[in-house]
Design a binder for this molecule. Structure first.
Ligand code: SF4
Length: 702
C-alpha cells in the first residue's frame, strides 16, 4: 500500500495524565496502527506499553455497547430502544423527580477521562440548567487533595512546573507515587537525565520498594500514613542546616514563623520513630534537597488518597516554598495527574465544589459571572455532593436519580459493596459508557452507548497544563454517540436553551471565552491554533506568544496578597486503628500494564501477560507468622468485606503492611478480588477525597 493510501491523525494517549502525543495511521481498508509522535514535546516519540497497545482497544468491538437499552421497571430486563425513546424517558424521569423532590435529588457522576468539551457541557447542564451542583467526578478519587493543596498555598489549582523542568532539576523527591509504572514516559525522562547526570539525586518515599526505587539514591520506606510527619521533619532539618531561602521566604511568603514553631515541636528522633525510618536517612533526604540547584517534588495517589491528603500536600509543597524552589527552572511542586483529563475537568469547574475557570462556588460574584455568561438566573449556592456523598445520598434516599458517565464506580469507589447497595435503592440509574463490561450496568435503568477515544474530537489537559487537540479518526460503532452529543440531545429534550452547538469547535470556543481575564485565560485559543501549532500550556497569552511554560516566575502568587502561604497542620486525621483482629494495614495501587478497572487494557492479551492475576504482597515475617507461603491463596478480611487472592511473599513491602492492586472487579461474576471490598469511607475533611491507602485487615491462609 502506498503512503498516499494511508491517512495520519494526531491525538493524545487516553490513559494517564502524562499526555503523550500519538500519531494514528489508517489505511484504505480502515486498519489502524499507531506510534509515538516524535515531534511531541512530552514524549518525543516514546510510548509505554499501555499507549503502544491503544489501537487494539479501538479496533476490538467485542464488548462495545452499540444501542441504547432501557428497562421499563426494576424487574424488567433491559431492551433495545432508539435514541429518542431513551432520551425522552431520561428527560421525563429527571423532570418529574426534580419537580417532586427539588434539583438536588439528581446527580451526575462523571470522569477524568471525559474530554474538556464534555466536562464543560455536563457542568453547564447541571449547575446552569438543572440547578444543582451535584456533579462530581472520579477525579475526586484522584486529585482533589492536590487541588486543595495548591489552592491553599498558591491561591489556585495551578501546577507551576513544565515537564522541561525535569532535565533542569538535580533533585527529585518522589512521594506516594510509582511513576516507573504509572507515569512511565515521564519516568523514562527522569531515568535518562540521571543516567547522563549521575550527580542527580532521587529520593523515593513509599512503604513498598517499587520499580521507581531501582534508580533511587535513597528509599524512605516509611509506615503508611506518616508522610506528613516525615515532610515536617525534613523541614526542621532544612531549617537547622540553614538550607532555606530566607530572602524568598520574607518577600514572597506568609506563615513561616508558625511553620517553624510547628516543625520544632517534634524532635527528629520522635519523627523517625513515628515514620519507622532512621534519623540519618531523614537528614540525608533533607541534605539532598538543601544542596540542589533545582528541586522537583513529585507525588500522586499515595498522598492524595488519604484521610490526611490535604495536610500531606501542604507539608510537601512547604518544602518547595521554604527552599525557594518554585517559579524557577528545574524547581517546583509537580503533582502527577492520574487520569488523562483530570486537569481539563478541573478547568471547566468539573467538580461539585468548583466553578468554571478556577472560580469559587462560594463566591456570589463568581456565581453571577458564570450565570450571566450562560444566560441563566443564578447558580445554586449549595455545594454539590462529592463522589462518596452522592452514593450516600442515594443510600439515604435524598438522591433519587444518578447519571454515570465514563466511569465504573462498582470497582473504583471505596467500600464498593456499599455503593452496590446504594445503586439498588436508586429510583433511576443512567449508565453512559463504551463497554458492556462496566460493572455498574446491571443496576442501570437506561444504558447509553458512547463513542470512545478516536471516535470523537475534543481537547484534554495533561499534568503540566498542556492542552492537546484529539482528532477523530473513525466513526463510533453501532448507534454510539459522543458524550457531548448525548448531553446536548438530553438538554434539548429538557428544552434548555444554550446547547445549540453545531460542532465541538463551537463548544470549545464558548468555554475559551469564559476563561477571559482569569489566571487560566485561553480566550485567544481555538481548534485551528491547536491543529496547526500543536499543544499549548495554559494560560495562553496570544497567538504570537503562545502558552506559558512555567508559572510564578515573578514570585507573585494567586493569593489575595500575592504571597504563597506556608501552612501545615501537624494534626493527624482519624485513620482506622489496627487491633488484634485486624493487625495489618492494607494499601492499594496500580500495576504497570493495567488501567483503572481494566475495561480497556484488560482486553489486550499482551498487557494481560505482565501480571495476569490479582495478588497480595506480604512481608516474609508476616507471612511466616501465618503459615503463608508464596503463591498460596489467602483470605484478606477487613471491617467491610473480604477478598481471596494469591500471596506474593516479598521483603519489598514494609512489615505490617500488605498491598493489592485496585484493578480487578468481578471475575466471572464473583467479586473475590475486588480491593474495594476492603477499603472504607474515611475521607479527607477538606478535599473529600477517600482514603484508599490505609484500611486495617487480617490475612490468613485460605
Ligand atoms: Fe499513555 Fe501515560 Fe503511557 Fe504516555 S505514559 S503512553 S500517556 S499511559
Amino acid at each position: 500500500m502506498s503512503s498516499a493510501d494511508i491517512k495520519s491523525y494526531k491525538s493524545t494517549c487516553s490513559y494517564c495524565g502524562v499526555g503523550c502525543g500519538v500519531i494514528v495511521s489508517k489505511d484504505k481498508k480502515g486498519k489502524i496502527s499507531l506510534k509515538g509522535d516524535p515531534d511531541h514535546p512530552v514524549n518525543k516519540g516514546m510510548l509505554c506499553s499501555k499507549g503502544m497497545n491503544l489501537h487494539y482497544v479501538v479496533e476490538d468491538k467485542s464488548d462495545r455497547l452499540l444501542h441504547p437499552q432501557m428497562r421499563w421497571g426494576k424487574t424488567h430486563p433491559l431492551e433495545r430502544v432508539d435514541w429518542d425513546t431513551a432520551l425522552d424517558r431520561a428527560s421525563a424521569v429527571f423532570s418529574s423527580i426534580i419537580e417532586k423532590h427539588g434539583p438536588d435529588s439528581v446527580a451526575f457522576y462523571v470522569s477524568g477521562q471525559c474530554l474538556t468539551e464534555e466536562y464543560y457541557l455536563v457542568n453547564k447542564l447541571t449547575k446552569g440548567f438543572l440547578k444543582t451542583n451535584n456533579v462530581d467526578t472520579n477525579s475526586r478519587l484522584c486529585m482533589s487533595s492536590a487541588v486543595m493543596g495548591y489552592i491553599k498555598t498558591l491561591g489556585e489549582d495551578s501546577v507551576p512546573i513544565s515537564y522541561d523542568d525535569i532535565e533542569l532539576a538535580d533533585c527529585f523527591f518522589v512521594a506516594g507515587a510509582n511513576p516507573a509504572w504509572c507515569h512511565p514516559i515521564l519516568w523514562r525522562r527522569i531515568e535518562k537525565h540521571k543516567e547522563e547526570n549521575p550527580h542527580v539525586k532521587i529520593i523515593v518515599v513509599d512503604p513498598r520498594a517499587t520499580q521507581s526505587c531501582s534508580i533511587a539514591d535513597l528509599h524512605l520506606q516509611l509506615h503508611p500514613g506518616t508522610d506528613e510527619v516525615l515532610f515536617l521533619a525534613m523541614g526542621r532539618c532544612l531549617i537547622e542546616q540553614g538550607d532555606i531561602d530566607l530572602p524568598f521566604i520574607k518577600k514572597h511568603t506568609d506563615g513561616f514563623e508558625a511553620y517553624k514553631e510547628l516543625v520544632m515541636k517534634t524532635t527528629l528522633q520522635e519523627a523517625a520513630e513515628i515514620c519507622g525510618l532512621s534519623e540519618e536517612d531523614i537528614k540525608t533526604a533533607a541534605s539532598f534537597i538543601g544542596n540542589a540547584k533545582g528541586f522537583l517534588s513529585l507525588w500522586t495517589m499515595g498522598l492524595n488518597q488519604s484521610a490526611d491528603g490535604v495536610n500531606k500536600n501542604l507539608a510537601l509543597i512547604d518544602l518547595n516554598l521554604i527552599t525557594g524552589h518554585i517559579g524557577k527552572p528545574g524547581s517546583g511542586p509537580f503533582s502527577l495527574t492520574g487520569q488523562p483529563n483530570a486537569m481539563g475537568g478541573r478547568e471547566v469547574g468539573g467538580m461539585a465544589t468548583l466553578l468554571a475557570c478556577h472560580r469559587n462556588l462560594n463566591n456570589p460574584e463568581h456565581r453571577s459571572e458564570v450565570a450571566d455568561f450562560w444566560g441563566v438566573d443564578e447558580i445554586s449556592a449549595t455545594p454539590g455532593k462529592t463522589a462518596t456523598q452522592i452514593f450516600e445520598g442515594i443510600e439515604e434516599g435524598s438522591i433519587k436519580a444518578i447519571w454515570v458517565i465514563c466511569t465504573n464506580p462498582l470497582v473504583s469507589m471505596p467500600d464498593a459493596r456499599k455503593v452496590e447497595a446504594a445503586l439498588k435503592k436508586a429510583r433511576f440509574v443512567v449508565v453512559q459508557d463504551i463497554s458492556n463490561k462496566n460493572e455498574t450496568i446491571p443496576y442501570a435503568d437506561l444504558v447509553l452507548p458512547a463513542a470512545g477515544w478516536g471516535e470523537k474530537e475534543g481537547t484534554m489537559t495533561n499534568s503540566e497544563r498542556r492542552i492537546s487537540y484529539l482528532d477523530q479518526f473513525k466513526p463510533a460503532p453501532g448507534e454510539a454517540l459522543s458524550d457531548a452529543e448525548i448531553l446536548m440531545r438530553f438538554a434539548k429534550k429538557m428544552q434548555f436553551s444554550g446547547f445549540n452547538f453545531n460542532n465541538m469547535a463551537e463548544v470549545y470556543s464558548e468555554y475559551c471565552q469564559l476563561t477571559k481575564n482569569t489566571n487560566i485565560d485561553i480566550s485567544g485559543l481555538d481548534y485551528d491554533y491547536l491543529k496547526n501549532h500543536g499543544s499549548v500550556q495554559w494560560p495562553f497569552l496570544n497567538k504570537d506568544q503562545g502558552g506559558t511554560k512555567r508559572l510564578f516566575t515573578d514570585h507573585k502568587f494567586y493569593t489575595a496578597n500575592g504571597k504563597a502561604q506556608i501552612m501545615a497542620s501537624g494534626l493527624k486525621s482519624d485513620y482506622e486503628k489496627t487491633s488484634a483482629d485486624f493487625p495489618l494495614v492494607l494499601t492499594t495501587g496500580r500495576i504497570r500494564d493495567q488501567w483503572h478497572t481494566m475495561t480497556r487494557t484488560g482486553k489486550v492479551n499482551k498487557l494481560n501477560t505482565h501480571i495476569p492475576t490479582p495478588f497480595l504482597e506480604i512481608h516474609p515475617e508476616d507471612a511466616l507468622e501465618r503459615g503463608i507461603i508464596q503463591g498460596k491463596t489467602v483470605l484478606v478480611s477487613g471491617i467491610r468485606g473480604e477478598v481471596r487472592l494469591h500471596a506474593q511473599v516479598t521483603d519489598k513491602i514494609k512489615k505490617g503492611t500488605v498491598f493489592m492492586p485496585m484493578h480487578w472487579g468481578k471475575i466471572l461474576g464473583n467479586d473475590f478480588a475486588r480491593a474495594n471490598n476492603l477499603t472504607g469511607n474515611t475521607i479527607d475533611p477538606v478535599s473529600k477525597q477517600p482514603d484508599f491507602k490505609y484500611s486495617v485487615v487480617q490475612v490468613a491462609l485460605y
